[in-house]
Write a protein that binds this ligand. Structure first.
Ligand SMILES: Nc1ncnc2c1ncn2[C@@H]1O[C@H](COP(=O)(O)OP(=O)(O)O)[C@@H](O)[C@H]1O
Ligand SMILES: C[C@@](O)(CCOP(=O)(O)O)CC(=O)O
Length: 322
């Protein structure tokens, strides 16, 4: 019996979501809230058992193909097992998760990176590049056409910029930038939002291309300002980015309300991720945080303080002696 454990961080996209799907520059950071995945493996019997929150499923090795290429938890697991594991064996996956699911904090990316990580480790492969490559296939199953930014930032960790499949590690801000994440508790569906943007882009390609170009420039400026630690300009750029996301129709009333409630207290932020619901990210300068927390409670929104984290996927120590 061998046990493999990994933990993977969540993420926030600071600038450039959606535009990144069309090749624009985006900036994202991994955060100090994590998902942990454990795989136990033995030679028999030939079953895959999945134990994720309320999901408990057992799949016979012989019916693995029925699940292939589905954008679901069992679908991603079976697709990865087929790719990474050659011999039928008993595989038992379990998860402990501190990330909200389906809200924009990267639960699907952490899941894909974690599952890829434990399975490849069975073959003694633990290069982040290989893990990230396999995880990207899962993100594409869950999201339709994913840019790859989510799996890349949680796999490598830290503050990164991302463009057309290439990652650049940015210097970690000297004074760790604190953030607030507000969960609107309104469900979002990234796949639907990505295809909504696609259909308007196809109708008005010139207009949308110009907006994506603007977002590209905005991300370039953001990188400069975050490197200099210029908070006023960082906040201005977040405001502009939120409004550009409104323009392409991926914000919604509740996300605008979150941003406006923060703004009233001098706390600046934007929607982040797929939109249409989900979360907003704010810069936490330590002022009026309590008042904002109370306002969020009053509105029924989740409120989390978080920090950027340097680490991406981590293999946790396991005693495999017995
Ligand atoms: N622990 C989990 N339990 C259930 N589903 C999960 C879990 N972790 C990841 N997922 C998958 O992630 C999807 C949500 O991904 P997505 O909409 O991209 O939002 P997020 O920003 O949280 O990644 C879910 O529909 C599900 O397929
Ligand atoms: C909208 C998008 O830019 C980010 C989606 O992030 P999330 O699924 O909301 O965590 C899609 C992508 O980059 O693949």
């Amino acid at each position: 019996m061998r046990e493999i454990k990994v933990s993977v961080p969540g993420k926030v996209i600071l600038t450039g979501e959606h535009a990144v799907v069309y090749g624009s520059l985006a900036v994202a950071a991994s955060i100090n809230i994590r998902m942990r995945i454990c795989l136990k493996a033995s030679e028999s019997p030939s079953q895959i058992s999945i134990n994720f929150n309320e999901l408990q499923e057992t799949i016979e090795w012989s019916s693995l193909d029925d699940y292939l290429n589905q954008g679901t938890i069992p679908g991603v697991i079976c697709t990865f097992v087929k790719e990474a594991v050659l011999e039928p064996c008993f595989l038992s996956f379990s998860i402990e998760n501190d990330l909200p699911i389906g809200s924009g904090m990267g639960s699907s990316a952490a899941f894909c990176v974690g599952i890829a990580g434990v399975l490849l480790k069975l073959k003694n492969v633990d290069s982040v590049e290989d893990i990230n490559k396999l995880a990207f296939k899962g993100e594409n199953l869950i999201h339709g056409k994913a840019s790859g930014i989510d799996n890349t930032v949680v796999a490598y960790g830290g503050l990164i910029s991302y463009k057309q499949g290439s990652i650049t590690h940015l210097p970690f801000p000297e004074k760790s930038l604190k953030i607030i994440v507000v969960d609107s508790k309104t469900p979002k569906n990234t796949k639907t939002m990505v295809s909504k943007v696609r259909s308007t882009y196809e109708k008005f390609p010139l207009i949308y291309s110009k907006i994506f170009e603007s977002i590209n420039s905005l991300s370039e400026a953001f990188i400069q300002e975050i490197t200099l630690g210029n908070l006023d300009n960082i906040k201005e750029l977040l405001r502009i980015n939120h409004n550009l996301l409104r323009t392409i129709g991926v914000s919604c009333q509740v996300l605008d309300d979150c941003v406006n409630e923060g703004e009233k207290l001098g706390i600046v932020g934007k929607m982040t991720g797929g939109g249409g619901g989900g979360i907003c990210v704010f810069i936490n300068e330590g002022e009026d945080v309590r008042a904002f927390r109370e306002k969020c409670n009053e509105r029924g929104w989740g409120f989390m303080e978080a920090e950027f984290s340097r680490d991406g996927i981590r293999f946790e120590e396991v005693n495999n002696d017995n």
